[in-house]
Design a protein around this ligand. Structure first.
Ligand code: C2G
Length: 132
């Protein structure tokens, strides 16, 4: 069985997230998703996600092509996670192109094109600007 692992925050879940999860699943038989913890997000972006890690884990886990989810506590632990899950493929969006090549000793590293014209930060901005 070919195992695929991917990572992300998946905050304010949108169709770009669905697209990458479906394409990641197509690269193997079993898709495992590491969902960034609230603390990891705070350390990276200086703010907490809109949805808590429990909610984000539940939403990602509810997607039909996702077989398993876990909490990603640190960006640096990717090698450990890949070994722990016996991963064959690591999938990331191409906004991370080249950043995780050194994990190719644990799994084949593939970067998939991002879906154009949609992002969590743009959605948050649009909602903020709504005149309600
Ligand atoms: N994505 C995409 N198209 C978009 C938006 C996001 O393909 N329009 C992809 C990203 O490339 C990523 C996944 O969806 O592979 C999750 O996106 P984010 O939640 O923004 O993830 P990020 O905060 O970049 O991940 O180890 C990585 C960390 O977990 C952070």
């Amino acid at each position: 069985m070919k195992k695929v692992v991917t990572f992300g925050t998946f905050d304010v879940f949108h169709v770009g997230h669905v697209n990458i999860l479906e394409r990641a699943h197509e690269l193997g038989d079993y898709l495992i998703v590491g969902v960034s913890s609230d603390a990891l997000n705070f350390s990276k972006k200086g703010r907490y996600p809109i949805f808590s890690q429990e909610q984000r884990l539940r939403m990602v886990n509810a997607i039909h092509c996702v077989d398993e989810v876990f909490v990603e506590e640190s960006l640096e632990l990717k090698g450990e996670y890949l070994q722990q899950f016996n991963a064959d493929v690591l999938v990331m969006g191409d906004d991370w192109e080249g950043k995780f090549d050194h994990f190719s000793k644990y799994a084949e590293v593939k970067y998939l094109p991002r879906t154009k014209d949609i992002s969590t930060s743009e959605i948050i901005d649009t909602i903020r600007k709504l005149d309600m």
